[in-house]
Design a protein around this ligand. Structure first.
Ligand code: HEM
Length: 405
C-alpha cells in the first residue's frame, strides 16, 4: 500500500479544461493513473482529488468515515468565508444535523410529487417558447429566456411563491450566484430574497396551501416547533439557490449538446416518450456539471485506491472524470442517449445525493423535446468558439447561449 504520494506535484485546483466538452485533461490523466492525487487549493492546502468512479462511490457511500461539515478542521473549503456562510446549512452537516432536515424537505421532491408537476411544467415550457417565438429581436439568449426562466418559475411554484413574484426571486438569485458582483449588491439581493420569502411565509399562516413554504411554517415551525421562523426562511432560500441555477445550467448545456449532434437530436424527437428520460441521464453523465464538488474531510485513516488518506485530510470528488470512467461506461466520450449504463453520479451519490433530482429530471425531460419540436430550425447565432462557459464555478454552464431560427 502507498502511504500518500506526498512528493508528487499537486496542481492548482480548480483544474482547467482544454476542451469545453471534456473534463479537465489533468483529471482524466489522474483517473488513468488510478490513484487519488493531491491538488493545491486557494489556501495552499493539498486535499486529495478523486477521479475514479469506484473511489468516489467508496467515499460518498461510506457512513461515518468522511464528513461533509465545512466547519471541520481540514475540510477543503472553497474560500475563507465558507465555514461562516455555510456552517449552519443542513447539507453541509452530517447525521443528526443533516437527516432530520432532509426528511422535512423530502416529501416535496419525491418522484411522485415531481411527476404530478409534469403537466404544469409542460404548460410553462410552452408559454416560455410562445414568448420566445414572439420576440421581435434575434439572436436571443436562450439561457436567460428559457433555461433559467423555467426552473425559476417551477421552484417558486413548489415553494408557493406567486408567479408574479418570481421575477424578484429570479433577479435576486441570479445576483447571488454571479461571481465578481460587488458585495453591497449581493447583500441587497440576499435581503430582497429573504424579505420576499418571509412575507410569503407569514401570509401562509392565515392562508395555507400545499406549497413547501406553507408546510414549513404551519407544520414545522408552528405545529411541531422543529424549526424557528428564520430557519424556515433560510431553508426556502436554500432550496431556491440549489434548485434553479443547477437545472438552468443543465438545460442550457443540453441544448448545446443537441445543437451539435443532429443524429442524437433526431433520435430524441423521433420518440420523446421513449428517449427523453434516457437522454436526461446521458446528458447528466456527459456534462457532469457539478465540477468542483462534492467535498469531504476524512474522519479516520482510510485506504482509497491504494493510498492512505489520513484523518483530517480533505477530499474533492471530480464527477466529470468519474462519469467518463471507461470501467463503468463504454465509449465514455460519446454522447449516446440509448446508453443503458445508468450509474452516473451527476446528482451525487450516498446520503447527500441531490434532493431535487426528480424535479430536475422532469424539467429537463420536458424542456429539450418541446424546444426542438416547436423551433426545429433552432441554431447557434455565434461561432461555437465564441461561447463562454463558467469554468471555475461550482457548476459548469454557459454564460449565455445566443440562438436564432
Ligand atoms: C441538474 C440539476 C442538479 C444537479 C446536477 C444537482 C447536483 C447535486 C449534487 C451533485 C449534489 C450532492 C452534493 C454533495 O454530495 O455534497 C446535490 C445535493 C443537493 N441538491 Fe442538487 N442538483 C440539481 C438540482 C437540484 C434541485 C432542483 C434542487 C431543489 C430542491 C436541489 C437541491 C439539492 C440539495 C438541497 C442538496 C443537498 C442534499 C443533502 O445534503 O442531503 N438540487 N445536488
Amino acid at each position: 500500500m502507498t502511504i500518500g504520494t506526498e512528493n508528487v506535484e499537486a496542481p492548482s485546483f480548480p483544474l482547467q479544461r482544454g476542451c469545453p466538452f471534456a473534463p479537465p485533461e489533468a483529471a482524466t490523466a489522474f483517473r488513468e493513473e488510478g490513484a487519488p492525487h493531491r491538488v493545491t487549493i486557494w489556501d495552499g492546502s493539498r486535499p486529495w482529488l478523486l477521479t475514479r468512479h469506484d473511489h468516489i462511490q467508496q467515499v460518498l457511500g461510506a457512513r461515518g468515515t468522511f464528513s461533509a461539515d465545512v466547519t471541520d478542521p481540514g475540510f477543503p473549503n472553497t474560500s475563507a468565508a465558507q465555514p461562516t456562510v455555510e456552517g449552519d446549512i443542513f447539507f453541509r452537516k452530517d447525521g443528526d444535523e443533516h437527516l432530520p432536515i432532509r426528511r422535512i424537505l423530502n416529501p416535496d421532491f419525491t418522484a411522485k410529487r415531481s411527476e404530478a408537476l409534469r403537466p404544469r411544467i409542460r404548460e410553462l415550457t410552452d408559454q416560455l417558447l410562445g414568448e420566445l417565438l414572439a420576440s421581435k429581436t434575434k439572436p436571443v439568449d436562450l439561457v436567460e429566456a428559457y433555461a433559467l426562466a423555467l426552473p425559476t418559475v417551477v421552484i417558486c411554484e413548489v415553494l408557493g411563491v406567486p408567479y408574479e413574484e418570481s421575477p424578484v426571486i429570479h433577479e435576486s438569485s441570479k445576483k447571488l450566484v454571479q461571481l465578481g458582483l460587488p458585495t453591497e449588491e449581493k447583500l441587497a439581493a440576499h435581503t430582497a430574497m429573504h424579505e420576499n420569502l418571509s412575507r410569503n411565509m407569514e401570509r401562509k399562516r392565515s392562508a395555507p396551501d400545499d406549497g413547501l413554504l406553507s408546510r414549513l411554517v404551519n407544520t414545522h415551525v408552528d405545529e411541531k416547533g422543529e424549526l424557528d421562523f428564520e430557519d424556515a426562511v433560510r431553508l426556502g432560500a436554500l432550496v431556491i439557490g440549489a434548485g434553479h441555477e443547477t437545472t438552468a445550467n443543465m438545460i442550457g448545456l443540453g441544448v448545446l449538446a443537441f445543437l451539435r449532434d443532429r443524429p442524437q437530436r433526431d433520435l430524441l424527437l423521433s420518440d420523446p416518450e421513449q428517449y427523453a428520460a434516457p437522454a436526461v441521464e446521458e446528458l447528466m453523465r456527459y456534462w457532469s456539471m457539478v465540477q468542483t464538488e462534492p467535498r469531504r474531510v476524512c474522519v479516520e485513516d482510510v485506504e482509497v485506491g491504494g493510498v492512505t488518506i489520513r484523518a483530517g485530510e480533505g477530499i474533492i470528488c471530480n464527477l466529470p472524470a468519474a462519469n467518463r470512467d471507461p470501467e463503468v461506461f463504454t465509449a465514455p466520450e460519446e454522447l449516446d442517449i440509448t446508453r443503458t449504463e445508468r450509474r452516473h453520479m451527476g446528482f451525487g451519490f450516498g446520503i447527500h445525493q441531490c434532493l431535487g433530482q426528480n424535479l430536475s429530471r422532469v424539467e429537463m425531460q420536458e424542456a429539450w423535446p418541446r424546444l426542438f419540436q416547436r423551433i426545429p430550425t433552432l441554431q447557434l447565432a455565434v461561432d461555437e468558439s465564441a461561447l463562454r462557459f463558467h469554468t471555475e464555478a461550482l457548476t459548469y454552464g454557459l454564460e449565455e447561449l445566443p440562438v436564432t431560427w
